[in-house]
Design a protein around this ligand. Structure first.
Ligand SMILES: [Fe+2]
Length: 382
């Protein structure tokens, strides 16, 4: 193996914020208006709700409302909704809803951020909320008071990994591993990832309006923070490694959202169910580096990405922010090769997007080159 190949397979360096290399710039954190407690649900516009319901059912969600105008889906936990789609002319991401503690937080956002009060009945499961638009035009809802549903006992089965036999460790004796072949029951929503042209501004905006903590910041070769995994500030309670990811790039768009399943066997069996039912696979199964999740990515009927995951990292609020160089080869530890669609797309569409951004002054040639280098380093065999 050459030196280059070894470099591509190494674990990327990670620097805690108090020990940053000199050229790496810190991601400054603004004062937070409120601290969100959970990612509640995502909102989409979809032309064919029946097709979405069929995909999401095979993906392991359960319908709450499915009529000609809207589709609400839940997981097996008590959240009244994790996915909301309104019927519309085209498939597009509308935005995200986060849960806050109560009316005081909503009033703060109305007073200090110009948030607009949502009409009665707008929030699935009841309760109230306010609406903002982020700098890229995506909706951000802050909601409270949703009525919890009774958790679904089935089909979410008990996790199998406590019974995993290993070298010198045999918890499973006179018993087999034969869980039923079924959709990977989604327990809850985990995170949403968005690409953004103006990373710096979007990062500040989301930290200010949700009280997010940067868990891992990824930087370009010039030291500029360009991608960040943000977690909720839950104090001493553990929070997912990320509930929101912003990835600097050449367009403003939804990248994917991720939903937690119980264990690796659910991930693998869910994969087989989705494949058997004719859905389009994107990437996986593998393990991420930042966040550590075991992952499997699928396309919905309109080509939007949805991720199953299990075994993700969790951190309390006092865990320090870390900084990691941005490299395509660093987004997965092992598993299926990263699909070409996640790398640099050298086609006419990309050329037009880049030309427009350069003309508008929203992107420089120097940054474009750095982004291209960061996202153009796959594994040695790719
Ligand atoms: Fe993800």
């Amino acid at each position: 193996m050459t030196g280059t190949n070894r470099a591509a397979l190494r674990t990327p360096p990670a620097y805690p914020e108090h020990a940053l290399p000199p050229r790496v710039r810190k991601l400054e954190r603004p004062a937070a208006l409120v601290k969100a407690q959970a990612l509640a649900f995502l909102m989409f516009e979809k032309p064919d709700l029946d097709a979405c319901a069929a995909f999401l059912g095979d993906f392991g969600m359960q319908p709450v409302v499915h009529d000609s105008g809207q589709l609400l889906m839940r997981g097996s936990d008590a959240a009244s909704c994790i996915y909301l789609a309104r019927r519309g002319a085209r498939s597009r991401y509308l935005g995200a809803a986060f849960r806050v503690a109560g009316e005081a937080e909503l009033a703060t956002l109305e007073r200090q951020a110009g948030a607009r009060r949502l009409p009665a009945g707008a929030v699935p499961g009841g309760g109230s909320g306010v609406e903002l638009a982020d700098p890229a035009g995506n909706l951000l809802w802050l909601v409270c008071g949703q009525q919890p549903l009774a958790p679904l006992p089935l089909p979410l089965r008990a996790p199998l990994h406590p019974l995993t036999n290993s070298v010198g460790l045999l918890p499973r004796i006179n018993a087999t591993v034969r869980p039923p072949l079924e959709p990977a029951a989604v327990a809850r929503i985990g995170h949403v990832v968005m690409q953004t042209v103006d990373f710096a501004n979007m990062a500040q905006w989301y930290m200010r309006h949700l009280g997010l903590i940067p868990t891992d910041v990824q930087y370009l070769e010039d030291g500029a923070p360009t991608l960040c995994f943000f977690r909720l500030d839950l104090g001493a309670a553990p929070a997912d490694h990320h509930s929101l990811v912003l990835a600097g790039g050449i367009e403003d768009k939804y990248e994917h959202s991720a939903y937690e399943v119980v264990d690796l066997d659910a991930l693998g069996q869910g994969h087989n169910v989705l494949r058997a039912n004719g859905h389009r696979h994107m990437w996986g199964i593998g393990r991420h580096v930042l966040g550590s999740q075991l992952f499997d990515y699928w396309y919905d009927p309109d080509g939007m990405e949805f991720e199953h995951y299990t075994d993700g990292d969790v951190f309390t609020a006092d865990h320090p922010t870390h900084y990691v160089p941005l490299e395509l080869s660093g987004i997965w530890a092992w598993g299926d090769d990263v699909p070409a669609s996640m790398g640099v797309q050298r086609n006419l569409g990309t050329l037009l997007k880049v030309a427009r951004l350069l003309w508008q002054g929203r992107l420089s040639i120097a940054r474009l080159k750095l982004l291209g280098r960061a996202m153009g380093r796959p594994r040695p065999w790719l």
